[in-house]
Design a protein around this ligand. Sequence first.
Ligand SMILES: [Fe+2]
Length: 182
Amino acid sequence: MTDTLNSNYCDQPSQQVISRVVRNSGLVEEIYPYVLKLKETLSFQPNGHGRRFASHVHIDNNFTKKIFSLFGIDIIHPEPRFGNFIGNHFLNGAAVHEHTDPGTPGFHHVRCNLALQMPTQGGHPVLNQKITQIYQNDIWICFASIEKHSSTEIADGQRLTLSLGALVEKQKAENVYKIVNQ
Ligand SMILES: [Fe+2]
């Protein structure tokens, strides 16, 4: 009886370890060839010094769900403003300025970002005033409507990211936010 209880207990999702960054998932490598091909067909909008982005790119919904579930978020809704976007920093000094992004009533705007390419220096997200070291193939979560976010200036190389956007029920988003900041 005890054995049964123990094995059930271990299967509970609450046992999942959730952190700000997921490394070595294999999922970034899985989507990379598709994004590179897509990149050739998109028209990018400039959005600052050495920066461009293409919004509302099509990413398979099951893939997006798999990525969010890495962070314990299993129910997501489409984010209408940018959807999924590809971001590219291609000149030395390019960086994202500090900002937040709006959610909608009852929902937070949450982004899972995939590091497809990273420069030799910089390009690291600054989340809630803390620099988070990111390497190529990492995935990190940004609570875009909760926390101020920016990125450090790049040098020597390019930064290419795929940003998957979602609206997540407020209480759920705030619970996961608390966990990743512990
Ligand atoms: Fe943002």
